[in-house]
Design a protein around this ligand. Structure first.
Ligand code: SF4
Length: 90
């Protein structure tokens, strides 16, 4: 899993940092997200998906190891997956 953040969409809620402090931080300068770990291990995958799903700015996107995705489509699927708790939405 690769995590990407779009700081232009971030509204500085800090939710991601509270959910997964090992992956996300918050800038003291502008209050927006800082990505500290772009490739979290499998143990953090569920938490990162939850953080992406709860991001009010939809600023967090998740990508597979092949670098595919990046669009809101797959990221949305990840969010939907978390929201519904189902195994696969895409
Ligand atoms: S949850 Fe989303 S909007 Fe809030 S700080 Fe993190 S990236 Fe920004």
């Amino acid at each position: 899993m690769e995590v990407r953040v779009d700081r232009t969409r971030c509204v500085g809620s800090g939710l991601c940092m509270m959910h997964v402090p090992a992956v996300f931080d918050q800038s003291e300068d502008d209050g927006k997200v800082l990505l500290t770990t772009a490739h979290p291990g499998p143990a953090l995958a569920r938490s990162v998906r939850a953080a992406a799903g709860r991001c009010p700015g939809r600023a967090i996107s998740l990508h597979d190891g092949a670098g595919r995705e990046g669009s809101d489509g797959a990221a949305g699927a990840e969010r939907a997956d978390w929201t519904t708790g189902s195994g696969s939405v895409a």
